[in-house]
Design a protein around this ligand. Structure first.
Ligand SMILES: Nc1ncnc2c1ncn2[C@@H]1O[C@H](COP(=O)(O)OP(=O)(O)OP(=O)(O)O)[C@@H](O)[C@H]1O
Length: 373
């Protein structure tokens, strides 16, 4: 029999990209209310005015990013006077990188990484918006990743005050948050909030019928006919609804199809349906995917220390190990620790009567973290 190890002889996928998390579906249903609220906030920009700022709140996988992408693509097809800028704060976390991304959208290239002051980048953006009367709409997706070291305040402050220095410059911010425990208002200084004053747009979780319809459409586009029965789709829908995150369903479909292919079946059976995917799992992969190589090494050592300690390690004890193994130094140590906390990978609990000392725990199983790393 002819074997083809790298290119499987047969695949059930008509188009595997359809199941990627960042795929923008052709049909985006069930979010009409949110889309019209967001369109309402952006609309003044279409007439050259300052858009309303907005906050999109909803659990992961409730369509916040997709709503922004849908409207941004409509803007791009309609006018050049509005410049939509999408920023994922998991990747762009500093003032320099966020303004670098805005600069790139305007001028088609990033500012040089060395030898250029932030102020110069800022001035060029401000002058461009002011002179060209282009209105910028900046989406800060997963803005919770900026909630450490006061970065969110700093970045919102600089963005929202641009018009003061550059008369005529107009810019609106869309901030998306997927952690429902976070009340953005309490995280932003009142002086910044008084300029921000966002419209609140809530994205509720999808119900059973909605999830089934969304997944079934994906299956019709992404798999060959007959590859997945209604019963198997019901099973996957049920797991997705229980997990409360559409990304779980998309990942289960991908893995189940791969299992069926491995068993050389032409149809996914109930036994192929992967049971190991959970919303927590996806959150962990997502969070770790947003770490730099140095931060990953830091987390790996931290996880090993947690695994090998009888009690939860303190920040002091952990610092000793990390400094010895990775020459972390105190400033980087606390920066990385705070970042891992903001990404909800670890918890830092203050110890009573011990000043700045914190007790460190992982929010996931140690082995799970090490496996994903
Ligand atoms: N109404 C919908 N119709 C079709 N697909 C959808 C719908 N809502 C969400 N999806 C799909 O679910 C996945 C997750 O959606 P999206 O990234 O927009 O969620 P999110 O709320 O931004 O999540 P996060 O908070 O993690 O960023 C994407 O693949 C998206 O295409």
């Amino acid at each position: 029999m002819k074997r083809n190890l790298l290119m499987g002889d047969q695949t059930l996928f008509r188009d595997p990209d359809i199941f990627e998390i960042d795929h923008v579906p052709e049909q985006f249903n069930f979010r009409d209310t949110q889309l019209s609220e967001l369109a309402y906030a952006i609309r003044p920009a279409m007439a050259g005015g300052r858009p309303f700022n907005s906050v999109l709140r909803g659990l992961p996988g409730t369509g916040k990013t997709t709503s922004v992408r849908v409207l941004f693509s409509e803007i791009e097809q309609t006018t050049k006077r509005v410049l939509p800028v999408y920023i994922n704060c998991k990747n762009d976390r500093t003032r320099v990188s966020i303004f670098g991304s805005i600069f790139n959208r305007i001028f088609g290239h990033y500012p040089p990484t060395t030898g250029i002051a932030f102020r110069k980048v800022y001035n060029e953006i401000g002058n461009y918006l002011s002179d060209s009367r282009t209105v910028a709409v900046v989406c800060l997706d997963d803005v919770n990743y900026l909630m450490y070291e006061n970065r969110l305040n700093d970045i919102l402050y600089v963005l929202l005050r641009l018009y003061e220095e550059f008369p005529g410059a107009r810019l609106g911010v869309i901030a998306a948050v997927s952690n429902m425990e976070i009340d953005l208002m309490t995280k932003v200084d009142s002086a910044v909030w008084s300029v921000f004053r966002p419209v609140d747009i809530y994205f509720p979780a999808y119900g059973y019928e909605e999830v089934r319809e969304i997944l079934s459409r994906r299956v019709r586009c992404g798999l060959y006919p007959g590859a997945m029965s209604g019963e198997v789709l019901d099973l996957i829908t049920q797991r997705t609804v229980t997990a409360g995150d559409l990304r779980v369903g998309l990942t289960i479909i991908k893995e189940s199809v791969a299992n069926a292919e491995k068993a050389a079946r032409k149809e996914v059976l109930a036994e192929d349906v992967s049971t190991s995917v959970s919303a927590k799992d996806i959150r962990l992969r997502d969070a770790i995917g947003g770490l730099s190589p140095e931060e990953k090494k830091f987390l790996a050592v931290l996880a090993e220390v947690v695994r090998d300690s009888e009690e939860l390690p303190t920040s002091g004890a952990l610092y000793e190990v990390l400094n010895k193994r990775l020459s972390t130094g105190p400033a980087n140590f606390y920066k990385r620790l705070n970042k891992l906390e903001s990404m909800e990978i670890i918890s830092l609990t203050p110890l009573q009567g011990r000043g700045q000392t914190r007790e460190i725990s992982l929010r996931y199983e140690v082995e799970e973290v090490l496996k994903v790393l």
